[in-house]
Each structure stands twice: as structure tokens, then as C-alpha cells.
Design a binder for this molecule. Structure first.
Ligand code: HPA
Length: 246
């Protein structure tokens, strides 16, 4: 049984070095995950992979069934979840193609199913979310990156916006004033749901573009795709290195 799950975001709908052993359709009380789970072996270790936006990249960020995805991964025995997320860079050092292991989140999303604790409760539940990412998993990612001589940014606040449109320049100014270094659309509620199910969850964010008002006049899908293609090469390398150490 795979202890480690990988959720691939935009630019990572499959893992080339994953030796696939099977696919599994998992039903959950919250509906269907983004697709069947892909079981396989990466660097000699069993892992389970799920493409957040579906294997054909057709599910937009606000339509992802985050509850079903996280539930399904736990259902098949995952304890560690490494989430890969494309983001825009707000701070000057967040150059396109860089990898970032964020340590904080600010949630600007709305109208997403964001908890498992809402019906049939004996008691209201409030999980601690002071440190939204799992410290051990973050350390493993950072340690693996350092050991491999990989250039990663080891702390950042990830502002999660609703999407699917990109932000206005003024919105990015506000995110920066709030303390966000990167902005993406898929960080939440995924991280909170993983915490509710007591999974050890951390994120590898890949900078796809400079956030609105921070770079070129227009942000094009072509630029985003080009940066992600290159950034994901580093992500795959990092995953191959870190997975055996978990
Ligand atoms: N904003 C929000 N989400 C994103 C961006 C962005 O600039 N780039 C990639 N995902």
C-alpha cells in the first residue's frame, strides 16, 4: 500500500518516471475524485498519483472536488501527500520556473466545499491550522532539494484566490500587503481538508509567471505553459530524490 500520494497540478498530469501498476476508481461520500487514482512505483517506492484537474486537464480550480480527492487518497492508505501547484510570483525573488516550499497560506477562496465537519456531528470541530503544512514533510522536501543541489525557496506565504481568472494588478498589490509571496488557485481548501483527515501534507509550488502587474503587461497561457514545462522537470527530479527518504 502506498504511504505517499502526489497530487499533480497544472503542468503535471502524469509522472514520466512512474512505473504504473494500476488504476483505481474510488467512490467517496463526497462524490467523485478528479479521476481514477494511479498506483505505481517511483524510485523503487510505491506511490499513488492523482491529477488535480483531471488527466485531460479539464477541471478548473473552483470546480475541483477537493473533498473527494483527499478522501480517496486517505481511503487507499496515503499518509503523506505532496501537492504540486502552479503559482504566480509576487515577491521579486519568485522568478518563473523557481520551486517554492511554502510555509503559510492565506485563503481568499469562496463558495468551495471546504470541510468534512459539517453534517451529522456530535460536536462542532475546529482543527488547528496554525502551521498549515506538515513540518516533517516540508523538511524532507527541503532536505532533499539541498542534498540534490536544487535551488528552492524554503518559506513563502501562498495566497489562494478563487480563479479561474487571474488577478488584477490591484488585487496582487493587496495580496502583497497582506504578506503573500506567491498566488495560486488550488492551495485551499486542499491543505485544510488534508489537516482535517490528519494527513501529512506539504506543497511544492512552481512559479509559472510573474503575478499580475509584476512583469510583462499580459500573462499568456503560452508563457505559463513554457515555464511550467521547465519547472516540472525540477519537480520530477525533486520527487524522485525525496520519495525514497519518506
Ligand atoms: N495567479 C493565480 N494562479 C496562478 C497564477 C497567477 O498568477 N499563475 C499560475 N497560477
Amino acid at each position: 500500500m502506498a504511504r505517499t500520494a502526489i497530487i499533480g497540478g497544472t503542468g503535471l498530469t502524469s509522472l514520466k518516471s512512474l512505473e504504473i501498476t494500476g488504476r483505481e476508481v474510488v467512490q467517496t461520500p463526497y462524490g467523485e475524485p478528479s479521476g481514477p487514482l494511479t498506483h505505481g512505483v517511483l524510485s523503487g517506492v510505491e506511490v499513488v498519483f492523482l491529477a488535480r484537474h483531471g488527466y485531460g486537464h479539464t477541471i478548473p480550480p473552483h470546480k475541483v472536488n477537493y473533498r473527494a480527492n483527499i478522501w480517496a487518497l486517505r481511503e487507499v492508505g496515503a499518509e503523506n501527500v505532496i501537492a504540486v501547484n502552479a503559482v504566480g510570483g509576487i515577491s521579486d525573488d519568485m522568478d518563473p520556473e523557481r520551486l517554492v516550499i511554502p510555509d503559510q497560506i492565506i485563503d481568499y477562496t469562496w463558495s468551495r466545499f471546504n470541510t468534512y465537519f459539517e453534517e451529522g456531528l456530535n460536536q462542532v470541530v475546529h482543527v488547528d491550522f496554525t502551521h498549515p503544512y506538515c513540518a516533517q514533510l516540508r523538511e524532507a522536501l527541503i532536505g532533499g532539494a539541498r542534498a540534490g543541489g536544487r535551488d528552492v525557496i524554503v518559506a513563502a506565504t501562498y495566497g489562494t484566490t478563487q480563479g479561474p481568472r487571474l488577478e488584477t494588478a490591484a488585487e496582487v498589490d493587496r495580496l502583497e500587503r497582506d504578506g503573500c509571496n506567491i498566488v495560486g488557485m488550488t492551495g485551499m481548501p486542499e491543505a485544510a481538508l488534508a489537516r482535517e483527515l490528519e494527513l501529512c501534507y506539504a506543497c511544492i509550488a512552481v512559479v509559472a509567471n510573474r503575478a499580475a502587474g509584476r512583469g510583462e503587461e499580459l500573462i499568456t497561457m503560452k508563457d505559463i505553459e513554457q515555464h511550467l514545462t521547465r519547472g516540472m522537470v525540477s519537480v520530477r527530479g525533486l520527487l524522485e530524490q525525496v520519495i525514497p527518504a519518506l
